[in-house]
Write a protein of this length. Structure first.
Length: 154
């Protein structure tokens, strides 16, 4: 079942349960999927699972950043809404890698690519971003790669 079909089914469940937050969040995701499907060049074709994951990852990142902003502005009421929406979106994302799992996968990528120092950051990030898309936050990947390359005794 595609993400769009899953979201449609879950929208119906949220309507029956009268869960406003879940309903609003799921409608937002569905709206983004429909916009992506009708974007120029798509010709109404269904999104690939990679495109769906990128869309969900983007939605999650937006919620995280908004919650961070609200936290900095001492708006805990709005921060709570963003974090609740984030939790709903994360239900549809693959399980995120732990810090240890991320480091282990990045060490393998660094060894496979043959990176030896900080100058190889771009080479490693290109491979890591493709292979770990949806499994870890881009910022966490970048920080870990940078740390590993600066401490070459991995």
């Amino acid at each position: 079942m595609s993400l769009k079909e899953t979201i449609d089914a879950d929208i119906k469940k949220a309507m029956l349960a009268k869960d406003k937050l879940r309903l609003t969040t799921l409608r937002s995701i569905k709206s983004q999927i429909m916009l992506a499907e009708t974007a120029e060049g798509q010709h109404g074709a269904a999104l690939t699972s990679d495109a769906e994951m990128k869309l969900l990852t983007k939605q999650a990142k937006q919620r995280r950043e908004a919650a961070q902003t609200y936290n900095e502005q001492f708006r805990s009421d709005l921060e709570e809404v963003e974090l609740n929406e984030l939790a709903i979106i994360e239900e549809y994302l693959p399980k995120q890698l732990s810090e240890a799992e991320l480091t282990e996968k990045l060490v393998h990528i660094i060894q496979r690519v043959g990176a030896t120092g900080p100058s190889d950051l771009g080479k490693v990030m290109g491979v890591a971003a493709r292979e770990l898309a949806g499994l870890a936050d881009g910022r966490a990947i970048s920080q870990t790669v940078s740390h590993l390359l600066n401490n070459t005794n991995f």
